[in-house]
Design a protein around this ligand. Structure first.
Ligand code: NAD
Length: 376
């Protein structure tokens, strides 16, 4: 308790040091196995959990990955499911759940990007069975208890402890097959998780540390992970994705994710690209409301706080992010409609949403020009 009798402590520079704010948090459970070749630990990991009839979920588009998954699971595999779609349509989740029940499986293994992990989460929630995630993108979904289901053009997300993978196997060797066009936006999606975790309502010093370290790693290693298939930078970005997912999965999301979910739900936009495009503009929009957060993030990312938004825009462009929402097929009217929906829904935001300025911000994101005009 502060009082006139107990003056604030002073640091070495003589400035007052405020007492840390109170917080309470629940640490998310789960086992993480990281290392080159860890895919081959899948069967022993399942064995350790006394699980012997696994359902392997892997996209039909990833034939080589499916071969590797099958051979890693060996005799533990009881069912393979290959239909995977972005944003997990509800009927797809229901059909996969029915197949899991019919085959009497006792564990789910999701091998692939966020869409594959997302389907695994839905089946885990519906069946109550444990999920093992082996991510092959930087979505970070594997570290969160958040899952989404889409009906029509409406995506509904929810938190459920059953959606959180019991085991996550990170194998950097799997990342070397990922084309640069996916590495870049997917890495920027991880950065969006780190950034939003810093201003989401429930953030605390522990999640801040995870998010800032994730952002620093992305700033340092994402460009190299984009231009080469070297194991080291691709592995470092995988660690950043893990930090990002852990931070955001703990604190929950805020206005940036809510806007991107509106784009995804209303217009089926590609998830990682949408995040990668919109992020710098949201930072510029929120700057006046969160100067301390901007300063800390800029320090982690080694840039001037006044130029943080431009720096993140330049990083995004240097790793192949499409130049604006127009480049992923959206019209100006569609971005206006998202602005209207966001205001109507009263999205949680550190800076209250006001239609005129939000519309201007999203129009700038549509054009793809550097984020300049929506600071005020
Ligand atoms: P994705 O899973 O759709 O994958 C993107 C692309 O990468 C696809 O074309 C896929 O085929 C390809 N790909 C994946 N692995 C590959 C590999 N090893 N080699 C070559 N190509 C490969 O997209 P994503 O960005 O990873 O995930 C997006 C989905 O995840 C969205 O539905 C989003 O809502 C969800 N998500 C959820 C959370 C959460 O916490 N719940 C967090 C992030 C993302």
């Amino acid at each position: 308790m502060k009082s006139a009798e107990t003056p604030e402590p002073r640091d070495r520079s003589g400035f007052d040091v405020p007492s840390p704010a109170s917080f309470a948090r629940t640490t998310l459970p789960g086992r993480v196995v990281f290392g080159n070749g860890t895919l081959n630990q899948l069967a022993p990991e399942l064995d350790g959990e006394r699980r012997h009839r696994a359902m392997l979920i892997v996209s039909a588009r990833q034939r080589e990955l499916a071969d590797r998954g099958r051979s890693a699971l060996g005799h533990v595999m009881a069912l393979e499911w290959n239909e995977v779609r972005q944003h997990v349509p509800r009927d797809l989740a229901e059909r996969a759940t029915a197949a899991a029940t019919t085959a009497d499986i006792d564990a789910i293994v999701a091998l692939g990007g966020g869409s594959t992990v997302g389907l695994g989460k839905a089946v885990a929630v519906h069946t109550g069975l444990p999920l093992v995630a082996v991510p092959t993108t930087y979505s970070g979904s594997e570290m969160t208890p958040i899952y989404g289901l889409t009906s029509g053009n409406h995506k509904k997300t929810a938190r459920d402890p059953a959606a959180l993978p019991k085991i996550v196997v990170y194998d950097p060797q799997l990342m070397t097959a990922l084309p640069p066009s996916i590495v870049g936006p997917s890495g920027m999606n991880a950065l969006a998780h780190c950034v939003e975790a810093l201003w989401a309502t429930n953030h605390d010093p522990i999640t801040d540390a995870l998010a800032l370290d994730g952002a620093a790693r992305l700033q340092r290693f994402l460009p190299k992970a984009y231009t080469t298939t070297d194991l080291a930078p691709r592995g470092e970005v995988l660690i950043a994705a893990c930090l990002a997912g852990t931070a955001l999965g703990t604190v929950g999301s805020s206005v940036h994710h809510a806007l991107c979910h509106l784009f995804g739900g209303m217009y089926d936009t590609p998830h990682a690209e949408t995040h990668a495009i919109v992020l710098p503009y949201v930072i510029r929009y929120l700057e006046p409301a969160i100067p301390d957060t901007v300063a800390r993030l800029a320090e982690a990312m080694k840039c001037d706080p006044a130029e943080l938004a431009e720096n993140i825009w330049a990083l995004a462009r240097s790793v192949g992010t499409p130049p604006g929402l127009r480049a992923i097929g959206l019209t100006k009217n569609q971005t206006d409609a998202v602005a209207e929906e966001a205001v109507a829904k009263h999205l949680v935001s550190p800076r209250p949403l006001e239609l005129r300025s939000l519309r201007a911000m999203l129009r700038e994101a549509w054009s793809g020009e550097p984020p300049r005009t929506t600071r005020e």
